[in-house]
Design a protein around this ligand. Sequence first.
Ligand SMILES: [Zn+2]
Length: 168
Amino acid sequence: MSSSLTTSSTEPPSQLQANLPPVPLKYIPLPTPLPTFQTPPISLTATAELRVPCRRCLLDASPGEVLHLISYDHFPENSTTPYRGAGPIYVHAHDCGFFTGDTLPQRQLGRLMSLRAFNEEHMMVAAEVVEGVDLERVAGEMLADQMTSYVNVHNAKPGCFAVRVERA
Ligand SMILES: [Zn+2]
């Protein structure tokens, strides 16, 4: 995991042990409740060209499906971590059901992802940007260190929160 760090890096180093064998994972979509809408949220209809990923079922929307674009804070409501903050996510307008699989849907693994490891106090202890195909391995390495409580995954380019990862 520290392979991307160089002596010229200005970023803080990972606080985690490097090269631990990855542990099995579980995926937690929408770890905190969705906000209740005071006014109707922004909605859009997916098309063949615009297939955005829903953060509840973790599937890309099929053409014709309606999604809400909302602001969402994925940290626990009672946490005072400075990392808190709401950001944009898409979620199906209909009740699509929470993702329960053991591996992420293939289309999620085709994107550039940001992985941020947090300890029990919701403070960041490591961060990496990886190709989606490397997400499970790197998240598994981060969670192999007991200092990590969970890993928050974001789409690296637009910054949307994607899913929380924990030890299975
Ligand atoms: Zn959905």
